[in-house]
Design a protein around this ligand. Sequence first.
Ligand SMILES: NC(=O)c1ccc[n+]([C@@H]2O[C@H](COP(=O)([O-])OP(=O)(O)OC[C@H]3O[C@@H](n4cnc5c(N)ncnc54)[C@H](OP(=O)(O)O)[C@@H]3O)[C@@H](O)[C@H]2O)c1
Length: 326
Amino acid sequence: MEKIRWGILATGWIADQLAEAITSQRDAECLAVGSRSQASADAFGEKWHIPRRYPTYEALAADPDVDVIYIATPHNLHYENMKLCLNAGKHVLCEKPLTVNAAQAKECLELAKEKGLFLMEAMWMKFIPAVQQMQKWVADGRIGTVRLVQANFAFNIPFDPHGRLYDPELAGGALLDMGIYTSTLAHLVLGKPDSILSAANLGETGVDELNTAIWQYADGTQAVLTSTQRLERPCDAFITGTDGYIKLHSNFWHSRKLTLKQRGQAKEVVQIPYDGNGYGYQVREVHDCLRAGKLESAVVPHADTLEIMTLLDEMRGQWGLVYPEE
Ligand SMILES: NC(=O)c1ccc[n+]([C@@H]2O[C@H](COP(=O)([O-])OP(=O)(O)OC[C@H]3O[C@@H](n4cnc5c(N)ncnc54)[C@H](OP(=O)(O)O)[C@@H]3O)[C@@H](O)[C@H]2O)c1
């Protein structure tokens, strides 16, 4: 089988995780890396045995032998990086959130379609076996009809006004970085809410450091979602139905442990490990889609990515958080 040839765009923390996941696939070749500097490209290339090392993202996108590019820059750059890669004829796997807002996401998704190229948001949570097991239990009616989803994503990240999570220029804030997971989980189980009530504490750099949203559905179902970069607590999630609940143990977006509690029965605790660092499943999904000639993944479809971005826009709109580029 011919190997799929990857390019990695940027050399930060998550790029390392994906380099590990890509290089562990038998049918993948990490062919090239692009960085803002030759030194970073060289260091990253050395570490992961990547032969082609470029000092610009443009040079990476122009490499005629690269099939698919993984974008691992801060949120605010995804939009321009995706357009660069798609316009150069490359398939794309782009870090979450796909873009800063729904308008940018729509433009990129349309561009991919127009060019006949594959594009997927790197929403690795959806491929994690424990998350898929939770979905199966829900679909099988093990907890009755779901009425409440609660999810917490809470880390205490030291304040740095120029750090990725605090700098508005880099589209910092808890919602886009962490709330994308709580929102995607609620959307996965319940779909689009009929209304949202949301509040946030905007810190001294103007980005949301703590936010909570209540998603309300016409039938009375709710999702209560919190994300914060200023407080630490277990990052668990509960899916509660009329006949029981499922707990996704911390960290819920890559959980390895579920509790199932059905009404009138003892708790069942199940360990569900995942392969490697957990990022390989989405790499395999990209491979499967490319080999099947698909332009989007059925697990992370374009419509869901766009709808979730619209919900994030609505929450930010309620707090008056607008990024400088918007
Ligand atoms: N899926 C996950 O589990 C997960 C986890 C963490 C982050 N993420 C996502 O991945 C993306 C990157 O996060 P990260 O934690 O890897 O960030 P990071 O460690 O700060 O790395 C970001 C990289 O982007 C490049 N970059 C280009 N312009 C930049 C600028 N103005 N400031 C800083 N970096 C710039 C740099 O690479 P070069 O210098 O090589 O160009 C940098 O190393 C974000 O969208 C985030 O939401 C996903």
